[in-house]
Ligand binder design. Structure first.
Ligand code: MF3
Ligand code: CO
Ligand code: CO
Length: 278
């Protein structure tokens, strides 16, 4: 059974109830989402061959703290970095490190910032060009999956509608949707209810109501959907080591549809498109 609660009356932490947020929360999430998007905008010119993911993490941390915000991941369950950098067959939670990016790599950069207590969680695909056509197609499709999922969001629609739209588009291109990780409610809590699955059946699942806030963050694989966790306890890879991609937005349900909090102010919604196909 789904139950909903006015966010102002809910306890501050994770609960099974879905919080319904008011106008002040939307204002808070606009600031947090914007800063997350500006952080990825800032990184765009830095993602190139020879650059280490650790140096990208340094840039992101400095940017976030210089703007008076906190990097949410740095305090999250022992994670020590500002961003996740998930390269090629890494599905999510890739740890920044000293290995330089090389030509042909595709990388998801995921940042979560806390601004005045509100979380902005956002990721995009970046490419170190030129990249193979199959990599470009995967990234194009993954962005399209995210946007088709978001297009379903309005009061009365369900999370099943969102998941189905994503799954249908991915499977039409013979890709698979990762099941092991999902989107999540957020607000003052980083990972709150509900779970937002990136597959599903139309008309099923949680009914959307104005004031709900969550992420949609589909991970799409060229190969099979199965993932494995590396021994570092974070890095999730495709079990068949096939190429994978992800895009993520933080959104709120409005009276009429959806508000995307993490739109790129610079118009760099799909940085992966900036490189050439090999
Ligand atoms: N930003 C990720 C998400 O979309 C969470 C990363 S948690 C970390 O939910 F600890 F790995 F950084
Ligand atoms: Co994220
Ligand atoms: Co997220």
């Amino acid at each position: 059974m789904t139950s909903y609660v006015a966010a102002l009356e809910a306890p501050p932490g994770y609960t099974n109830e879905i919080k319904l947020h008011g106008p002040e929360a939307f204002e808070g999430m606009r600031h947090a989402g914007r800063l997350a998007a500006e952080c990825l905008d800032m990184l765009v010119p830095h993602v190139k061959a020879g650059v280490t993911t650790a140096s990208l993490d340094d840039l992101a941390r400095t940017f976030v703290t210089d703007h008076g915000a906190l990097p949410a991941c740095m305090f999250y369950k022992g994670y020590r970095h500002t961003i996740c950098t998930s390269i090629n067959h890494v599905v999510c939670h890739g740890i920044p490190g000293p290995k330089p990016l090389k030509e042909g790599d595709i990388v998801n950069i995921d940042v979560t910032v806390i601004v005045d207590g509100w979380h902005g969680d956002h990721s995009r695909m970046f490419a170190v060009g030129p990249v193979k056509r199959r990599a470009m197609r995967l990234m194009d499709t993954t962005y399209e999956c995210l946007m088709r999922g978001l297009a379903e969001i309005k009061p009365g629609a369900t999370l099943g509608d969102v998941g189905a739209a994503i799954q249908e588009h991915a499977e039409r291109q013979h890709y698979s949707v990762v099941e092991a990780f999902c989107g999540h409610g957020l607000g003052r809590v980083f990972h709150d209810s509900p779970n937002v699955l990136h597959l599903g059946k139309r008309g099923k699942g949680v009914v959307l109501k104005p004031g709900m806030m969550f992420t949609v963050e589909p991970m799409i694989n060229i190969g099979r959907r199965d993932v494995s966790l590396l021994s570092d306890g974070w890095t999730a890879v495709t079990r068949d080591r096939s190429l994978t991609a992800q895009y993520e937005h933080s959104v709120g349900v409005t009276e009429t549809g959806v508000e995307i909090f993490t739109q790129s102010p610079a118009g760099l919604h799909e940085p992966h498109k900036l490189v050439e196909v090999a």
